[in-house]
Structures are given as C-alpha cells and as structure tokens.
Ligand binder design. Structure first.
Ligand SMILES: *[C@@H]1O[C@H](CO)[C@@H](O)[C@H](O)[C@H]1NC(C)=O
Ligand SMILES: *[C@@H]1O[C@H](CO)[C@@H](O)[C@H](O)[C@H]1NC(C)=O
Ligand SMILES: *[C@@H]1O[C@H](CO)[C@@H](O)[C@H](O)[C@H]1NC(C)=O
Ligand SMILES: *[C@@H]1O[C@H](CO)[C@@H](O)[C@H](O)[C@H]1NC(C)=O
Ligand SMILES: *[C@@H]1O[C@H](CO)[C@@H](O)[C@H](O)[C@H]1NC(C)=O
Length: 285
C-alpha cells in the first residue's frame, strides 16, 4: 500500500516536470514559457532604458567645469608638508635617516614648482589683485590660465640654497597650503590673506622665532579665484613656508597655524578646522 503511494507520487512528479501528453514542462507549454520570457525581456529592457534616460538627463544638467554641489569642500582646510600619518614632525638632528624622508617628501612636493616649469605652464600675473577670468554668458572662457608660483619664492625654504630645508640644522621648514575651494575670494580688507603660526599656550616659550616665505606669509590674491581642475588645468596652489629658526630641542612643541582672511575667519566660527592646522614638532639632539 505504502509502496504504491510512493510510486504514484513519483509518477505525478515526473508528469509535472514533463508531461508527454500535453507537452508541458513544469506545468506550462512551450509557448507559455516563451511568452513569460518575452515579458521579462521587454520589462527589463524598459527598466534599463528608463535608467539610462534618467542618467542622461541628469548628466545634461551638470556643468563639466563646476561642481553642482561642493558643500564638503566649502570650508577651506589647511594642510602641511611634509606630512606623515599623524601631523607630527619628529626627528633627531644627528641622525640623517630620521629626517631624510622629510626632505625627500618636500623635494617631490616642490618639483612642479620649479621655476622652469612654472614659466612653461603659467603666466606672470599682476600681484595683489584677483586674476578674474569669468565666462561671458554661455561663451566659455576655457581653458583658463594660472599664475606662476616660483619655487624660488620660498627662498630659504625652497630647497635650492639649502638642500635639507633646514632639517640638518634643527631649524626645519614646514610648507602650508590652503585646500582648493572653487570661487573662493579670500581677501582681508583688500589685502592678501596671510598665515601666522604660534605655539599652544604651554609651549609658547619653546617655539622661538619664525620666518615666513614669501614675506609676511601671504597667499597672494593673484592665485584666486580658483576655477576648478578642468577649467584651470595648470593651477599651482600657492604655498607659505614657515621656518622655525630657534625652536627648543628635546621637547614637544604644539604649533597652530591659521589664515587671516575675512571670508575664512567667518567660516571658522562655524567649523573649527576651517583655515587652521595644528601639528607637533619635536627636534631631538
Ligand atoms: C627641479 O629643480 C631641482 C633643483 O634645481 C632639480 O634638482 C630637479 O631635478 C628639478 N626637477 C624638475 C622636474 O625639473
Ligand atoms: C598648461 O601647460 C602646458 C604645458 O606647459 C601648456 O602647453 C598649456 O598651454 C598650459 N595650459 C594653460 C591653459 O595654461
Ligand atoms: C619665475 O621665475 C622666472 C625665471 O626663473 C621669472 O622669469 C619669472 O618672472 C618668475 N615669476 C614670478 C611670478 O616671480
Ligand atoms: C609685510 O607687512 C608689512 C606690515 O604689515 C608691510 O609694511 C610690508 O609691505 C609687507 N611686505 C610685503 C612684501 O607684503
Ligand atoms: C633661542 O632660544 C633660546 C631659548 O630657547 C634663547 O636663549 C636664545 O636667545 C634664542 N636665540 C635667538 C637668536 O633668538
């Protein structure tokens, strides 16, 4: 009895899979399967088409030369070079191998600033005023030119007269750059914004005298506004070099550098990282 049931059941299953009488596979005829297949092909083709069309329309509304949204970049951070995992520059004057990676990093970073490269790629602009190159209506003024920032403008921190950027003598240079923000106009009362560095309170006796290059630590107005990577292909970010002339040895010195500019100072009331950077220096000997 039980055996017969089993036999019957497996027979039903076989018939469900392939019914030789009605020519049904899994309960459907070939034409029924064909229709289902056709339906899904049409359905998914339609979906893919919709997706492509939406993408296409969205891309049409984007401007190649200007990001539509740049919230995340709108507060200009500052960064230092050389920079490791942490913002720390710790080395021992007597041990070349403890500082030569800093020198190498600066050499690499400054290569695009070689005078010859700057002269090839960029213009000698009129200093102390914005280099405005607006589009006139729909007519693009692209590509836009950029201004020369010569490596020699960093003087003692250019790595040209002193190939070790002061690291060998315990008076190291640190380069400061302001992150690119498209369209930013950073003047302060008609003057170029400038960088000042100081020690955190407890270290104020150990930081010593500081020299700035270019003079006064300015980011000249001629490097602004920045129009974006695509519009201004050869743009060189202006730099300020800070040289710690007489920093105390064998002690941690926490330094904070900030930019003095009307627009950025306003931003930094909202965002404490805007226009400032902190790092630790320790020079052992
Ligand atoms: C840049 O200038 C330095 C010093 O004059 C030189 O050693 C280096 O090779 C130059 N780099 C390029 C890419 O021209
Ligand atoms: C960028 O630099 C290249 C190479 O020197 C130069 O040929 C080109 O004219 C420059 N483009 C702009 C827009 O400054
Ligand atoms: C950069 O240096 C070159 C020669 O080294 C010079 O002709 C040019 O005027 C300099 N540019 C600026 C902006 O100082
Ligand atoms: C540096 O600042 C001083 C005082 O603010 C000013 O007199 C001098 O002209 C500035 N130098 C440069 C090169 O901007
Ligand atoms: C360097 O700093 C020390 C104290 O840290 C001070 O005694 C000395 O006068 C300073 N030298 C110069 C040239 O400022």
């Amino acid at each position: 009895m039980a055996k017969e049931d089993e036999k019957k059941e497996s027979g039903e299953w076989k018939e469900f899979f392939w019914n030789p009488r009605t020519h049904e596979l899994l309960g459907r005829t070939a034409s029924s399967w064909g229709l289902i297949l056709l339906f899904y092909v049409v359905f998914y083709t339609f979906l893919a088409g919709m997706f492509c069309l939406t993408m296409y329309v969205m891309l049409l509304t984007l401007d190649d030369y200007k990001p539509t949204w740049q919230d995340r970049l709108a507060t200009p951070g500052m960064m230092i070079r050389p920079k490791g995992e942490a913002l720390e520059i710790i080395y021992n004057v007597g041990e070349t191998e403890s500082w030569d990676s800093f020198v190498e990093a600066l050499d690499n970073f400054l290569t695009p600033y070689n005078n010859s490269k700057q002269v090839d790629n960029n213009d000698a602009c009129v200093p102390d005023k914005y280099f405005i190159q607006e589009d006139s209506g729909e007519v693009r003024n692209n590509p836009k030119r950029s201004c020369q920032f010569n490596r020699t403008m960093l003087e003692d921190c250019s790595g040209l007269s002193d190939r070790t950027y002061g690291y060998r003598d315990g008076s190291p240079c640190v380069l400061i750059k302001l992150n690119r923000v498209i369209g930013m106009l950073p003047e302060k009362e008609g003057q170029s914004p400038y960088v000042t560095c100081g020690a955190k309170k407890e270290d104020s006796d150990s930081i010593g005298e500081i020299a700035y290059f270019p003079p006064n630590g300015t980011f000249n107005l001629m490097y602004y506004p920045y129009y974006g990577k695509k519009a201004q292909v050869n743009y060189s970010q202006p730099l300020v070099a800070v040289k710690f002339l007489n920093i105390s040895r064998n002690t941690d010195v926490n330094v904070e550098c900030k930019i003095n500019s009307n627009t950025i100072t306003q931003l930094s009331e909202r965002d404490k990282f805007a226009g400032r950077v902190s790092f630790k220096l320790r020079i052992n000997m």
